[in-house]
Write a protein that binds this ligand. Structure first.
Ligand code: PLP
Length: 421
């Protein structure tokens, strides 16, 4: 029987290992005992369902079956492209023409003309020679890194890089070095100590960091990479469509478009679909088609997704897909939260962290906010260190000022109740 005081001390990582005398499945029973106990575990709001397409005000269904409205500040569909009429029409046409699944991996006749058009549009977007599209964002990082890097190579990572990057690094067998988030002096220290003979070198960074919303210092990273003969890979999952003068992402922000070796991004965030890509040279893209195992051994993106994404890139290339309104909304939200006394870090994107620093308060706030009508993301271990736990707010282009005001009022009321402001 799990008691309240015991439950408060239970942590995610308590269930990773098989205890002495257990078989490999016993831990699943232990974790489920906690999840089904009546005490607060912080998991109450995980896995609730959304009742229709993602809208600025959405209806969600709680685990207890209750449905209610929430102002949606927890979706990465920043530009509302997942519901854009032109995008839906592109997906619908592709569905009629090609059916809903591809039935084969890309190299074995699993792709259509739409898939190739999508790759070429993304290459145009980044001003690169070519591009490869993967069926999953997570699999893009794992595939690209493990294909290009091997035992004997060295990969240098920002500590706040996404989990899929670290998983790709581990799979590659390369030496993994990590510098504290954004610490360029430390990065240089690492680079200066790499033995001369170790010539296979890659610096990997998120373009926009997914938990803080800040940008990588790509100008400095590029300077160091050139000096120390390193390749650069940028995962701009949260930068595409959002950051840079015309939404080309963090490389554009730093005037480095066309100068990054591996332009990786996800088609699941502002593009509102699914999958990931790596825009690069013809040689690198062709190499990845053969050696990235998450591409070679995984069924291609469904054609309706490719059809929708082609429309997304037309919108992004031709008119920035409403980026200006998204930026206005985000600045407005940040200003309001700041005026109300919240610690919101240093976001430069559509992701706004609200620092809480206390996990028990975080769980309570998250649940109360949801029931009060505001949906935000809860962020703690393993996404960030427990003492840096936070709420994460993701802005949407189609939210109105009135909806943002209402959300901030509710967050402030709860923030006061728990002594956050
Ligand atoms: C920075 C970053 N990279 C990669 C991924 C993985 O993308 P996907 O969810 O499309 O698999 C995510 C998504 O959480 C992300 O935030």
């Amino acid at each position: 029987m799990i008691t309240k005081s015991k439950c408060i001390n239970i942590k995610f990582e308590d269930f990773i290992h098989t205890e002495q005398g257990e078989n490999i499945f016993d831990k699943t029973e232990r974790v489920n005992e906690v999840l089904s106990s009546p005490v607060l575990t912080g998991n109450e709001g995980l896995g609730m369902q959304i009742m229709h397409e993602v809208r600025p005000v959405s209806i969600i269904k709680e685990k207890d079956g209750k449905e209610h409205n929430v102002i949606m500040l927890g979706s990465n569909s920043y530009l509302n492209l997942s519901t854009h009429p032109q995008v839906k029409e592109g997906a619908r046409k592709a569905l009629e023409k090609y059916g809903y699944g591809m039935g084969a991996v890309s190299n074995y006749a699993g792709i259509t003309q739409l898939h190739r058009e999508l790759e070429l549009r993304i290459a145009e977007f980044y001003n690169t020679e070519d591009c490869i599209v993967f069926p999953s964002g997570y699999g893009t990082n794992v595939g690209v890194i493990s294909a290009l890097c091997n035992k004997g190579d060295v990969i240098i990572n920002d500590s706040a890089n996404h989990a899929s990057i670290f998983d790709g690094c581990r799979l590659s067998g390369a030496d993994i070095k990590i510098y504290p988030h954004g610490d360029m002096k430390y990065l240089e220290k690492i680079l200066s100590r790499i033995p001369k003979e170790q010539t296979g070198r890659l610096i990997i960074t998120d373009g926009v960091f997914s938990m803080d919303g800040d940008l990588a210092k790509l100008d400095k990273i590029k300077e160091l990479a050139d000096y120390y003969n390193c390749g650069i890979m940028v995962d701009d999952a949260h930068g595409i469509g959002v950051v840079g003068e015309t939404g080309r992402g963090s490389a554009q922000y730093y005037k480095l478009l066309g100068k990054i070796d591996l332009n990786v991004g996800m088609l699941s965030k502002s593009p509102g679909g699914l999958g990931g890509y790596c825009a690069s040279t013809k040689n690198i893209v062709q190499y990845l088609r053969l050696y990235a195992r998450s591409y070679f051994f995984s069924t291609a993106l469904p054609a309706p997704i490719a059809g929708g994404l082609n429309e997304v890139f037309k919108l992004l290339i031709n008119d920035n897909a409403g980026r200006t309104k998204l930026i206005e909304n985000t600045e407005y939200l940040k200003q309001k939260l700041f005026e109300n006394g919240f610690d919101i870090g240093c976001s430069q994107s559509a992701i706004v962290p609200v620092m809480i620093y206390d996990e028990q308060i975080l769980f309570k706030l998250y649940n109360e906010l949801r029931y009060a009508g505001v949906y935000v993301n809860i962020v703690t271990y393993p996404a960030v260190r427990r003492k840096e736990c936070r709420l994460r707010l993701c802005m949407m282009k189609d939210l109105t000022k009135e909806q943002i005001d209402k959300a901030v009022n509710i967050i402030s009321e709860k923030g006061k109740k728990y002594g956050i402001i």
